[in-house]
Ligand binder design. Structure first.
Ligand code: PLP
Length: 370
């Protein structure tokens, strides 16, 4: 059996370092804020080529607080991809604002810059691209549109720690980037965690106040804030893992290359990478019109796969009140019906990857004959 993802492997690989980091925090008796968090924030900002990193409780809060810091509120609109994890939309809704979906470019799965301008209205405040599956969105084209219309850009980097756009690591191309350290992400904590990186000192300052009850000085509250903090235990764990992120991302790239080469003649639709993008392969997602049958055949062959994501946000009950037309956002719908994520992670061995390639080729032929 080849699992989709092995979450215990990164711990076993770095056991001594992680045990030491955990013991350091536990024995310090300091469990909120403090130097462990400060050091992680400094190290993560440096890694992302950003002036500021602010730790928060999770990726959804990173998105939500960054939008709040940009002044997004009721009546505003934020442009989001039609095909993303629902957190991207929920962050907008939590501000009382409206997510305005834009369809993806079918080759890269990322928001199609060509379609953004048509979605801009006088209420639009922010463009919120997602670097989906670990592949950077086309930032220069998105930033040019934002500049032309006086909009802010918040990037959802939850799947793309370490990815590069035109040679430069993601972290401060737009006004801010929201990150998640959910355990399954490329940089994952042992629990929930998140951060925002930015070069804008005002955004950084507002998020620091918002994450801490709207307070800068203890028991003095300048705004109605939130409790959304990255705790020092998670910060210490993330510091250990950050030092290994590039090695782990390189292993993911090797695996993706094996999949690209091994499945090149399979007739499957494989991920496409523009020459300016250096993805970090959070997920390796292919497309097939008989996706469910293909997934079943792989399950029977002992290969674990997942679907990211089976229902697009606009078809969720959570957004039923928006009353979109039946035919709205056909690309998001067809992707939800066709995408399949192969096993991916730094713990996969070369033998595992070869076995997956072989299983996918056999399963593809079997599905075609049906
Ligand atoms: C994981 C994820 C989030 C949310 O992160 P959490 O830490 O789980 O709140 C947001 N956006 C995308 C694209 C994600 O993949």
């Amino acid at each position: 059996m080849i699992n989709f993802l092995d979450l215990k492997a990164p711990y076993l690989e770095l056991k001594d370092e992680l045990d030491e980091a955990i013991a350091r925090v536990v024995s310090s008796g300091w469990f909120i804020g403090g130097s462990e968090l400060d050091q992680f924030e400094a190290e993560y900002a440096t890694y992302c080529n950003a002036n500021h990193a602010i730790g928060v409780a999770n990726g959804l809060d990173a998105l939500h607080l960054a939008l709040r810091a940009m002044g997004v509120g009721p009546g505003d609109e934020v442009i989001v991809p039609s095909n993303t994890y629902i957190a991207t939309w929920l962050a907008v809704s939590q501000c009382g604002a409206t997510p305005v979906p834009v369809e993806p470019d079918v080759l890269t799965f990322n928001i199609d810059p060509e379609l953004i301008e048509a979605a801009i209205t006088k209420r639009t405040k922010v463009i919120l691209p997602v670097h989906l599956y670990g592949q950077p969105a086309d930032m220069d084209r998105i930033l040019a549109i934002a500049r032309k219309h006086g909009l802010r850009v918040l990037e959802d980097g939850a799947q793309a720690h370490g990815a590069r756009y035109k040679g430069e690591r993601l972290g401060a191309h737009g006004d801010a980037v929201a990150w998640s350290f959910y355990p399954g992400k490329n940089l994952g904590a042992m629990g929930d965690g998140g951060a925002v990186t930015t070069n804008d000192p005002q955004i950084a300052d507002r998020i620091r106040v918002l994450r801490n009850y709207g307070s800068r000085v203890k028991y003095v509250n300048e705004t109605q804030g939130y409790n959304s903090r990255l705790d020092p235990l998670q910060a210490a764990i993330l510091r250990v893992k950050l030092a290994h992120l590039d090695i782990w991302n390189a292993r993911r790239s090797d695996i993706a290359l094996c999949y690209q080469q091994g499945l090149a003649n399979s007739g499957l639709k494989l991920p496409q990478v523009p020459d300016w993008a250096e993805p970090v392969w959070h997920l390796y997602v292919l497309r097939h019109p008989e996706r469910d049958a293909l997934q079943q055949a792989l399950t029977d062959a002992g290969v674990g796969t997942l679907i990211h994501y089976p229902i697009p946000p606009h078809l969720q009950q959570a957004y039923a009140h928006s009353n979109w037309a039946q035919a709205a956002f056909p690309l998001a719908r067809s992707m939800a019906d066709q995408v399949l994520s192969l096993p991916m992670g730094p713990a996969l061995t070369k033998e595992d990857v070869c076995a997956v390639v072989q299983a996918v080729q056999l399963a593809t032929k079997a599905v075609c004959r049906q």
